[in-house]
Design a binder for this molecule. Structure first.
Ligand code: ME8
Length: 672
């Protein structure tokens, strides 16, 4: 027996700094669908996903929660695994960068790079602002009276160095440029390849900082343990460490590497198409065959992101409509590669149109007519063929596997589904054109009716097989209604000839596959449920107590993602002048502020000690929420919240600045 062809597909390994949202679900469902499709076609597939667990951001989050980084990520990883189960995602392996198997490989790779001269020890230089703990370039700093100052806090900066290891990316630049130019399929969509070549390679690659000494939560560099491996060498190696690369048991690596495709969001394409190929080349390994950068799911035209808090979670949607509906929507709504806005309304509209109407009606009408006219048993084919009506549909359906496969090979999920739905649409038109209810009126036309219903049933079988990678549960419900128990009729191979359904199968009308939804009602229910069902992580800031919603009607009539002005103004935002500020004893993160609110003095605790020296904010006019319920922290009562902006940096770290008022506004003034 010839060996099966292999197919290895990966998702990015996600940061478990917060729970996975619908954006992560999108990539993972796409990879799962592709893996299932290839498996159905007979490939020996391997599908890897996982989590990228190191870094300063996670270290901080864990500290805020008062747990170890490992305990912090364990909880989120457990939630992620539950989510993938809920989404019917069947991965072969889930790699965690904290797995010992991974850490060992990363250390070996790092050492090899060092020993062969690809990594060298140097220092990270810049103009350093000590209170902000930030490096700035000469063009970023501002000059005050001839002194270079921090663009954020305005204090003087000084030249500083931090010891770091660097990867000599520049050494491989010409090789990579040549590789990309001679392998036009390596980066998809192709426009991304041009971006990489023109924006990064042609201007010249900078050497990459690959270690840090300023935090501990990472894989230690084994020959220089005050350093931890920094972000990308750790993260990218997962694709080979999971396969046992450079270990005694490397049979998976030998079998599946190079990967067929790395699926990634467009924001990390640079790391996968510049740093990763260079790393692999330096290790003497072949490159993945393709890196596919898909677009973003947007929410209100903005990228969903944990730090912005504008996220949609899959759980409440799946709880109401099932994983298949959500999987279908994610893969159908926008071309893979383009951005698209997520709205509940678009989701519900699509479920109604494509799943309840087109597919659901076709199945229920076909089964109902077989019950009505043939006592529920599939008739045999007859020679009463109408060449003009039957053959075009039958031929189109017979070509469907090839059409779908062609799109799937380009990862065009939406196009593949469109092909299937074209046939479904044609079937519905065929029913209207052939009018089975007229044919059913006389004995004479029964042979013709038999062919019409068999054509429909066979098209439904084709559709059910072809949607199975996208919607793993629905096909079985369709097969049950058509009375198909024989596994051989549910396979890709069974789609080689049209007309395989045997006479005599007993159809069995079941529940509607996708009941029609009342969109307005569902929008209201989803808005209410989304919050309640989203998995919650402890937040660092006190949340306002939830009061019973009085104006539910008014709230639900708002466009999604909006709050009413009434709701917004329930928050009393006030200017507060900092009179004094001190560190809270035994807490690394809390600062205690004594604030002037005009008519009163307030104490507020804020977890921002990492970002400010205690004296740095004295005299500043901050913005606070003044009407939060009191909250005790470290035995001290805090009465309100200081507002701040947090930037999530590319390396996963955070940068926080408090909101201040531009000018001398009287303390206590309203903000709004
Ligand atoms: O970048 N729309 O992890 P991450 C579409 N650990 N896809 C989205 C999305 C959105 N709004 N939000 C997230 C990391 N994604 C690194 C990766 S890989 C060696 C290391 C998906 O948690 C998309 O696949 O920020 C994106 O690339 C990935 O999640 C980013 O996940």
């Amino acid at each position: 027996m010839p060996e099966k062809k292999t197919y290895y597909i990966t998702t990015p390994i996600y940061y478990p700094s917060g729970n996975m949202h619908i954006g992560h679900t999108y990539t993972t469902v796409a990879a799962d669908t592709m893996a299932r499709f290839k498996k159905m076609q007979g490939y020996d597939t391997y599908f890897l996903t996982g989590t990228d667990e190191h870094g300063q951001k996670i270290e901080r989050k864990a500290e805020e929660k008062g747990v170890t980084p490992k305990a912090y990520v364990d909880e989120i990883v457990a939630n992620a695994k539950d989510l993938w189960k809920l989404m019917e995602v069947e991965y072969n392996d889930f790699i965690r960068t904290t797995d010992e198997r991974h850490e060992k490989v990363v250390q070996k790779i790092f050492r090899q790079f060092y020993e062969q001269g690809d990594i060298y020890k140097g220092s990270y230089e810049g103009l350093y602002c000590t209170p902000c703990e930030a490096f700035w370039t000469p063009t970023q700093v501002v000059e005050k009276d001839g002194v270079k100052c921090c663009p954020d806090c305005g204090r003087p900066v000084e030249p500083m160095q931090e010891e770091s290891y660097f990867f000599r990316m520049s050494k491989y630049q010409d090789w990579l440029l040549d590789y990309l130019q001679t392998h036009p399929d390596f980066i998809q969509p192709a426009s991304r390849a041009n971006e990489m070549i023109n924006n990064f390679l042609k201007p010249g690659l900078q050497d990459l900082c690959v270690s840090r000494t300023s935090f501990k939560w990472g894989v230690p560099v084994d020959f220089d343990p005050k350093h931890v491996v920094y972000v990308w060498i750790d993260a990218l190696s997962n694709y080979i460490s999971a396969l046992g690369y450079d270990t005694p048991d490397d049979h998976l690596f030998r079998k599946y590497w190079p990967a067929d495709v790395h699926l990634v969001g467009k924001e990390i394409v640079r790391f996968h198409t510049i740093y990763w190929p260079i790393m692999l080349h330096a290790l003497g390994l072949p490159l993945p065959k393709q890196v596919f950068a898909h677009g973003w799911l947007l929410f209100g035209n903005d990228k969903m992101s944990k730090s912005k808090g504008n996220v949609v979670y899959a759980q409440p949607i799946v709880a109401r409509y099932g994983a298949d509906a959500l999987r279908y929507y994610l893969l159908r709504e926008m071309p893979f590669g383009a951005d698209g806005n997520y709205t509940n309304e678009a989701f519900l509209t699509r479920v109604n149109a494509d799943l309840a109407n087109d597919l659901g009606n076709l199945v229920s009408r076909t089964v109902a007519m077989i019950e009505k006219y043939f006592d529920g048993a599939l008739p045999a084919w007859t020679d009463a063929v109408d060449k003009d009506m039957d053959l075009p549909l039958q031929q189109h359906c017979a070509q469907l596997p090839a059409l779908v496969s062609e799109q799937m090979d380009k990862l065009q999920f939406s196009q593949a589904l469109t092909e299937i739905w074209k046939v479904i649409g044609e079937c519905n038109k065929y029913i209207d054109a052939t009018q089975p209810w007229v044919l059913g009126r006389s004995e004479e036309s029964r042979p013709r009716l038999a062919n019409v219903l068999l054509t429909l049933a066979e098209c439904v079988r084709y559709a059910a097989v072809l949607i199975s990678p996208f919607m793993p549960r629905t096909p079985e419900r369709i097969f049950a209604q058509l009375g198909i128990a024989d596994e051989a009729l549910k396979t890709w191979d069974s789609l080689d000839t049209f007309g395989k359904l045997p006479a005599g199968l007993k159809v069995c009308k079941g529940e509607a596959l996708f009941p029609r939804l009342d969109i307005k009602k569902e929008l209201e229910a989803l808005a209410a449920e989304a919050e309640a069902n989203a998995p919650k992580l402890p937040e660092k800031k006190a949340e306002p107590e939830k009061k019973p919603e009085k104006k539910e009607k008014e709230k639900s009539a708002l466009p999604e993602g909006c709050v009413s002005a009434d709701d917004f103004f329930k928050c009393q935002l006030r200017v507060a002048k900092v009179i004094s500020c001190e560190h809270v004893k035994k807490s690394e993160k809390l600062l205690k502020f004594d604030l002037d609110l005009g008519s009163e003095r307030r104490t507020i605790l804020s977890g921002i000690a990492k970002f400010y020296e205690s004296e740095q904010l004295i005299g500043k006019n901050l913005v606070i929420i003044a009407n939060l319920p009191p909250r005790k922290m470290m035995g001290i009562e805090s009465n309100g919240m200081i507002l701040s902006a947090v930037e999530e940096k590319e390396d996963g770290s955070e940068y926080l600045r408090v909101l201040t008022v531009d000018g001398d506004v009287a303390p206590g003034s309203e903000v709004g």
